[in-house]
Design a binder for this molecule. Structure first.
Ligand SMILES: NC(=O)c1ccc[n+]([C@@H]2O[C@H](COP(=O)([O-])OP(=O)(O)OC[C@H]3O[C@@H](n4cnc5c(N)ncnc54)[C@H](O)[C@@H]3O)[C@@H](O)[C@H]2O)c1
Length: 313
């Protein structure tokens, strides 16, 4: 079974992915600087090699990469809103960091890299549904940094004959997300803490929500497919859900249908409407999301209830 390095493997998606890959018999190494992730997010930390390091330390990444067959690059500065406040740090981690990982992979002779890109933030305010032919016009530094990352992925795939697939994730929902800053985490924490749910804008903004297990199955299919050259592929649910309906689903699954909702001014950097088609992912990877938003929210709520008190805020 191939040895796989997951950068950012102690975060939300990484911890879910590591567990699924290990169950398939893969030997997993995780490189994470623990800025957002935690070793105890991993289901059985002893079964992985966990290296506490920064992706921008290229020589260290190179040393680790030499023992691997593929890299799944998830480590990032992941917040749209925070990228508007801290564009320099976002650039450093997402653009320079991605370059360092790709260059370490090139030097180490790793033929395959999966890059965690994004759908909505990269494309910007286009009329949905978006797909791989939509022209990217990011409206946040985060979206721009992922577009720059895709640019380097395309260049490295072509210049150095590597298989590099940029997977454009939708908004991911699921367990191990207590530390995240997105709407689902904020809504569930508000319900648990008996505070009003806060919606930025009038709630008509839309997103495409994908359950983390569906997403990880897509990542694993991309690893198995090892598509030649560079490819950018949306991993999405194909369903448009407004933030207001998301709040309603959160209240329903938490058995708190009348939970108060406050509306605050909308924030810079966030797109108005977004959802993507997954036709290309279906064709190239056999990707077919199986979990509805209602089920995804139910499963995520159950995890939040179980984790309550285990989180730090
Ligand atoms: N969660 C989503 O809805 C979503 C949507 C689109 C794209 N993505 C992308 O997926 C990837 C994973 O996201 P996530 O939701 O698991 O985020 P996360 O914050 O939970 O995980 C990111 C991990 O990267 C680590 N990290 C950050 N900077 C690092 C650095 N300089 N060196 C080493 N490690 C570093 C953090 O400690 C964390 O464990 C990111 O690239 C993100 O941009 C996520």
């Amino acid at each position: 079974m191939p040895r796989i390095l997951i950068t950012g493997g102690c975060g939300f998606i990484g911890a879910n992915l590591a567990s699924m890959l290990r169950e398939q018999g893969h030997e997993i190494t995780i490189l994470d600087n623990m800025s957002r992730g935690r070793k105890d997010f991993l289901d059985d930390a002893m079964s992985y090699q966990v290296i506490n390091a920064d992706i921008r330390d290229e020589n260290l990444v190179y040393d680790v990469a030499r023992r691997q067959n593929a890299i799944v690059h998830l480590a990032a500065f992941g917040s749209v809103v925070e990228s508007v406040e801290h564009p320099e740090e976002n650039f450093s981690i997402n653009v320079e960091g991605t370059f360092r990982v790709l260059n370490a992979a090139r030097r180490a002779g790793i033929g395959q890299v999966i890059f965690s890109s994004t759908g909505g933030a990269l494309i910007g305010n286009a009329i949905p549904p978006v797909d791989e032919k939509s022209v990217p016009r990011p409206i946040s530094p985060y979206g721009a940094s992922k577009l720059a990352g895709e640019g380097y992925c395309c260049a490295f795939a072509n210049a150095y004959d590597m298989s590099i697939t940029a997977l454009r994730f939708a908004n991911v929902v699921g367990p191990i997300s207590w530390h995240k800053k997105g709407a689902v985490t904020a809504f569930f924490k508000a319900i648990i803490n008996n505070q009003p749910i806060r919606i930025y804008g009038d709630g008509s903004a839309t997103r495409d929500f994908l359950y983390v297990e569906d997403l990880c199955r897509g990542i694993i299919s991309a690893l198995e497919a090892r598509l030649p050259g560079f490819n950018a592929i949306h991993l999405a649910s194909g369903r448009e859900v407004s933030v207001r309906s998301l709040a309603k689903i959160a209240c329903d699954v938490a058995s708190s249908p009348d939970h108060p909702i406050h509306f605050d001014p909308k924030r810079k950097g966030e797109v108005e409407r977004n959802f993507a088609t997954y036709d290309l992912a279906k064709k190239e990877l056999g990707f077919l999301p199986a979990v509805s938003i209602e089920e995804a929210m139910q499963l995520t709520w159950e995890w939040f209830r179980g984790y309550e008190g285990g989180g730090s805020g």
